[in-house]
Design a protein around this ligand. Structure first.
Ligand SMILES: Cc1cc2nc3c(=O)[nH]c(=O)nc-3n(C[C@H](O)[C@H](O)[C@H](O)COP(=O)(O)OP(=O)(O)OC[C@H]3O[C@@H](n4cnc5c(N)ncnc54)[C@H](O)[C@@H]3O)c2cc1C
Length: 475
């Protein structure tokens, strides 16, 4: 039976069903980016995979727009929609660690904060984002870059399997052995293929890391970028992190008279033995004088929350991203000119290295289409003041336009904004056409289109027999 109204839906699902007239609707419709102000017809805060199946069928059978929300961090606000149905997975955040197999299975609404705390207790971790409130699902399905990327690969390289509710409202397992085409597409194709109610990851022995931000005078920015580029080419894989432009926040480790000044920065993370990390960090002190730093041994989950204060829920954001194969002197000059003008403490450019272990995976082994890039670059402007929106957006666009000649046309789909919908082909690179075919197979009507969308091939619909297969339980 399919529900026809939100009240009928209430009888079928265990989680909360929140409509505009209900208390809590204004909270339920919010996503992380405060610039997004959408009013869905109903938000279903799913309690389990069954709720997700029922709600997918409700949206499909009633011809309603459907948005899926994991951590709600999508810059363009893909975790909500106007007038349609939102499946909000924020009540599904259980994590089960198997220390013998070194794997963890986490529900689809888990955040990196949830995940890292659960695995850290076992001395294990996997590649995740740098902010604790970001969802594991959205981040992983698009790629997943963070401090551990060079040693452990992208987040998606560590995905072992997923339980997926497809556009039919049925549950399938995706792994190397079950529905391998879907598993391939999930790893880089974003939210296009269904709702992952749980994701299973490979874990690595990472406990206490040697980590921290180092601030240099902004006049040293060119030298810092040049050094980082040469260093990271061959640096040990235990070394992760990124160079950045950063206005000094009012933190105790920065001299008070420098709060608010613009700096060049490196945030580095050594994921091997922390004592060795202290030695490895010496290279960052040899480039130029470090004017302020906050480095030392830190439990991995703590570094994941260290910058949360710069990106609170509701902060207004605008994003652009490109892959970069080579950081030329001309590109560095553009960064120095534009990065130094970042308009607020939460606005920045980060160059995330995607070399090391990322390059161990063949370019066509997963849907992630840019294994040949050295960096995934992001430019983000963020502020809590709506009056800053126009200037912030203009800064991001001006920077992005200026650096475009020195970047790939494609970028990481998780660093795109709403006006990047036309970049799909370039973003998915050589894997785009196969993604189109698999999208046609699993979502021919494009039910899952509130995302960096892949238009489905019309000729690929799965047979009824295929769709009727009952999955084996996993986990
Ligand atoms: C403050 C901040 C910091 C960030 N830092 C990093 C970083 O360090 N590294 C990095 O790689 N990226 C980073 N990102 C980008 C991040 O990867 C994307 O915003 C990502 O989409 C967030 O996933 P989410 O689940 O939180 O978002 P949502 O808005 O919930 O979802 C994003 C997309 O994924 C889909 N989706 C979400 N959950 C599921 C699910 N369970 N099944 C199927 N589809 C789903 C949604 O439908 C949507 O299309 C950051 C973003 C923010 C705002």
């Amino acid at each position: 039976m399919t529900a026809k109204t939100p009240s009928e839906l209430r009888d079928l699902v265990r989680g909360e069903v929140i409509a505009p007239e209900d208390d809590g609707y204004d909270d339920a419709r919010k996503v992380h980016n405060g610039m997004i102000d959408k009013r869905p017809a109903v938000v279903v805060r799913a309690a389990n995979a069954g709720d997700v199946m029922t709600t997918v069928r409700y949206a499909r059978d009633n011809g309603l727009e459907l948005a899926v929300r994991g951590g709600g961090h999508s810059g363009p606000g893909f975790g909500t929609c106007d007038g349609g149905v939102v499946i909000d997975l924020s009540a599904m955040r259980g994590v089960r660690v198997d220390p013998r197999a070194k794997t963890a299975r986490a529900e689809g609404g888990t955040t990196w904060g949830d995940f890292n705390a659960a695995t850290h207790a076992f001395g294990l971790a996997t590649t995740g984002g740098i902010i604790s409130t970001t969802g594991i699902a959205g981040l992983t399905l698009g790629g997943g870059v963070g401090y551990l990327t060079r040693g452990c690969g992208l987040s998606l390289d560590n995905l072992v399997s997923a339980d997926v509710v497809t556009a039919d409202g049925e549950m399938v397992v995706a792994s190397e052995t079950e529905n391998p085409d879907l598993f391939w597409a999930l790893r880089g194709g974003g939210g296009n293929f269904g709702v992952c109610t749980s994701l299973e990851y490979r874990l690595h022995p990472v406990g206490t890391v040697y980590w921290g931000p180092m601030f240099y005078e902004i006049e040293e920015a060119g030298k810092i970028l040049k050094f980082f580029d040469e260093y990271i080419e061959t640096a040990p894989r235990e070394m992760g992190g990124f160079p950045a432009f950063q206005i000094a926040p009012p933190l105790p480790f920065i001299p008070e008279n420098r709060h608010g000044d613009m700096f060049a920065a490196i945030v580095a993370c050594w994921s091997g033995d922390p004592e060795e990390g202290a030695r490895q960090f010496k290279v960052f002190h040899d480039i130029a004088e470090v004017k302020a730093e906050h480095v030392g041994p830190v439990p991995y989950p703590a570094i994941n929350g260290a910058f949360d204060g710069l990106f609170p829920t509701g902060i207004r954001q605008y994003w652009k991203g490109n892959f970069v194969k080579e950081l030329t002197d001309e590109a560095i000059a553009v960064h120095v000119e534009h990065g130094a003008k970042a308009p607020s403490v939460s606005s920045t450019m980060h160059l995330y290295p995607v070399n090391g272990a990322c390059k161990d995976v063949a370019p066509d082994a997963t849907a992630y289409g840019h294994r040949d890039a050295k960096y995934s670059m992001v430019i983000i402007a963020a502020s809590d003041n709506p009056a800053d929106d126009a200037a912030n957006t203009a800064w991001v666009r001006g920077y992005s336009d200026a650096i475009a000649p020195y970047s790939e046309t494609g970028g990481y789909i998780n660093f795109m904004d709403a006006d990047d919908a036309g970049r799909s082909k370039a973003n998915f690179g050589a894997n785009h056409d196969r993604l189109v075919r698999i999208k046609g197979r699993y979502d021919p009507e494009n039910l899952f289109h509130v995302n960096q969308n892949i238009a489905p091939a019309k000729s690929e619909r799965r047979s009824a027999e295929d769709r009727a297969k009952v999955p084996e339980p996993t986990g």
